[in-house]
Design a protein around this ligand. Structure first.
Ligand code: NAD
Length: 272
C-alpha cells in the first residue's frame, strides 16, 4: 500500500464488525489511526477490537441517543475525532406495492437518519476545534466519508427504500461539504457496485439475516438477479472488501484534501 500516514488521527467507523466496514477499520488502523469501531453485534465488536486494537462501541446507530454516545465515547477515549465513516447498512428489499411503511422508514433510518445524527453529534467538537486551530494559524483537515450505492445514484427495481436512503445520503454529503468547508472538513461519498459481502449473497431460506429490534430481516439478492447483474460488470468480477476499503481510504487520507462534496463509484465500472 502507498504510504498513507494516519498516525495521530482518530477514525470512527460504523458497522465495522464485518464486510466492508471491517476492512475499512483494518486499513485505517494499519495506516496508524486510532480506530473507534461500532457494530450491532457485540461478539464481532470484541473480535475486531482484539484484532486491530480498536475502541469498540457496540450498539444500534438508529437508536435516537446512540450518536451522541458514540461521538462522546470516541473523544473521551482518544481526545480527538478526525475521520468519520458512516458505513453501517443493510438491505430490506421489495417491489413498492409490497413495501411497508416500517420497511421504507427502516431504510431511511439506517442510511440517512443515523449518519445525520452522527454528524450533528460531532458538529460541536468539529467547529470548536477548527476555530481553535484557525486562531493558532494551523490548518488540520478532517474527513467524513458516507457510504452510498449505485442503487442510490442510478436507482434499482425492488429497492425503493434502500435507493432512497442511499440517494438521500448524497444530499447530506453535498450539503455538509458546503457547511463544513470553512472548518477544513472534506465530506465525500463512496458508492459501491457489487462487493463480496453477505449483502449480495444469494437469498435463501437459511441465508444471512439481520436482527432489527428483534425482527429477522433476510439480507441478500435473488440468485437469478445476481447472475444477470454480475454479467454487466465491465471488470468481469465482484469487488473485494479490501478494494472497497481502498476507495474509502483515499477520502480518509491527505491525498483527497482538496476534494469535497463528491461521490466516487467503486463498482468495477458497473452502473444499474
Ligand atoms: N456489499 C455491497 O455490494 C454493497 C453495495 C453498495 C453499498 N453497500 C453498502 O456498504 C455498507 C456496508 O455493507 P456490507 O456489504 O459490508 O454489509 P455487511 O452486512 O457485511 O456489514 C454491515 C455491518 O453493518 C452492521 N449494521 C447494520 N445495521 C446496523 C445498525 N443499525 N447499527 C450498527 N451496525 C449496524 C451489521 O451488523 C454489519 O456488521 C452498507 O452501507 C451497504 O449498504 C454495500
Amino acid at each position: 500500500m502507498i504510504g498513507i500516514d494516519l498516525s495521530k488521527r482518530t477514525a470512527l467507523v460504523t458497522g465495522a464488525g464485518r464486510g466492508i466496514g471491517r476492512a475499512i477499520a483494518t486499513q485505517l488502523a494499519s495506516a496508524g489511526a486510532s480506530v473507534v469501531m461500532n457494530d450491532l453485534d457485540q461478539g464481532l465488536v470484541d473480535e475486531v477490537c482484539g484484532e486491530i486494537d480498536a475502541h469498540g462501541v457496540p450498539g444500534d446507530v438508529t437508536e435516537p441517543n446512540f450518536a451522541q454516545k458514540l461521538v462522546e465515547s470516541a473523544i473521551a477515549k482518544y481526545g480527538s475525532l478526525d475521520i468519520i465513516v458512516n458505513n453501517a447498512g443493510y438491505t430490506w428489499d421489495n417491489v413498492i406495492q409490497k413495501t411497508t411503511d416500517e420497511q421504507f422508514q427502516a431504510m431511511l433510518d439506517i442510511h440517512l437518519m443515523a449518519p445525520f445524527r452522527i454528524l450533528r453529534a460531532a458538529s460541536c467538537y468539529i467547529r470548536d476545534t477548527a476555530k481553535k486551530e484557525a486562531a493558532e494559524r494551523r490548518r488540520v483537515t478532517r474527513k467524513v466519508v458516507n457510504i452510498t450505492s449505485i442503487a442510490g445514484t442510478d436507482g434499482n427495481p425492488g429497492q425503493a427504500g434502500y435507493s432512497s436512503g442511499k440517494a438521500g445520503i448524497i444530499g447530506l454529503t453535498k450539503t455538509m461539504a458546503k457547511e463544513w468547508g470553512r472548518y477544513n472538513v472534506t465530506v465525500n461519498a463512496v458508492g459501491f457496485g457489487l462487493i463480496e459481502t453477505r449483502l449480495i449473497q444469494p437469498l435463501s431460506a437459511d441465508g444471512a439475516s439481520i436482527d432489527i429490534q428483534g425482527r429477522q430481516i433476510p439480507v441478500g439478492v435473488q440468485a437469478s438477479v445476481l447472475e444477470n447483474i454480475k454479467k454487466s460488470v465491465p471488470l468481469g468480477r465482484l469487488g473485494t472488501t479490501e478494494e472497497a476499503a481502498n476507495a474509502v481510504l483515499f477520502f480518509c487520507s491527505p491525498l483527497s484534501d482538496y476534494v469535497t462534496g463528491e461521490v466516487m463509484i467503486c463498482g468495477g465500472g458497473m452502473h444499474f
